[in-house]
Design a protein around this ligand. Structure first.
Ligand SMILES: Cc1cc2nc3c(=O)[nH]c(=O)nc-3n(C[C@H](O)[C@H](O)[C@H](O)COP(=O)(O)O)c2cc1C
Length: 242
């Protein structure tokens, strides 16, 4: 696969094949690639915890216990944004709503009732998407906004390398929902803050949870363009600015 094809092919997979293992060497190989990521002054701020085997079984047990009666309030190290926070900036909020709607519409089209869809979603969520391993990404508490930028780039490179090698991934805040309980299973220093997790495994290709695609705004569409202004020397094009 070339880089563009890999970027276009990757999507979040919310149902992996249970019982498929990924070895330490395979994960280490992907982390070696991700370590090539550019970072502010080459600070390489990423802190990585890899959870698999018995530790993953334990974390999944805890997740199922925490979510046995639905999704409770999470207890992450970082405060999670809620779509209400973006009401001042409609495009972000619309995209969040559009994500939920596209999944709902897919379920309706497939004749999957709301209750059944919720059940599948909760089962997937409370088993960390049946990932073969979790790669938990973290930063020191002194990390700057640019360290968060660097960590996101690291995550993306990790996911693309994984895609290229035939694995599937999902970046998910839900993997660090209960940061206090992760600390019961793995040794996380107090000054290291868990930011997000990447579930990696093998996609259950035919599972309905893996079918809907998250819609994207197009740079071509001047109404909700992600580009505020385009300006070229020749053939100058000024997009409508919001
Ligand atoms: C920081 C971050 C946190 C995310 N958390 C979750 C999550 O908790 N649960 C989930 O189902 N998807 C989560 N996602 C996946 C996004 O919903 C997904 O990337 C987006 O809808 C675009 O879809 P795609 O990855 O399939 O292209 C997260 C993605 C990012 C980058």
């Amino acid at each position: 696969m070339d880089a563009i094809e890999t970027i276009l092919t990757r999507k979040s997979v919310r149902q992996m094949m249970p019982d498929k293992e990924i070895s330490k060497d395979e994960i280490m190989g992907l982390l070696e690639v991700a370590a090539k990521t550019a970072s502010w002054s080459n600070s390489q701020p990423w802190e990585v915890f890899v959870v698999s085997g018995d530790s993953l079984v334990k974390i999944n047990e805890i997740w199922r216990e925490e979510m046995s009666e639905g999704i409770p309030d999470s207890r992450p190290d970082l405060t999670f944004p809620h779509r209400e926070e973006w009401q001042q900036y409609k495009r972000y909020q619309d995209n969040v709503i559009g994500f939920g709607q596209s999944r709902k519409e897919y379920a309706e089209e497939m004749g999957i009732g709301e209750e059944e869809w919720m059940k599948m979603t909760l089962e997937s969520l409370s088993n960390n998407y049946f990932s073969s391993a979790l790669v938990i990404l973290a930063l020191h508490e002194s990390a700057t906004t640019y360290s968060h930028y660097d960590l996101g780039a690291f995550a993306t490179n990790f996911m693309l390398a994984a895609e290229e090698m035939g694995y599937s991934t999902i970046t998910a805040a839900s993997i660090v929902f209960f940061a206090d309980r992760i600390r019961e299973v793995i040794d996380v220093p107090e000054d290291i803050k868990l930011v997000v997790g990447i579930g990696i495994g093998y996609a259950d290709e035919d599972h309905p949870l893996n079918k809907p695609e998250s819609p994207r705004n197009s740079p071509e569409n001047s109404q909700d363009s992600l580009i505020r202004q385009l300006s070229f020397n020749q053939n100058s094009c000024i997009c409508k600015s919001r």
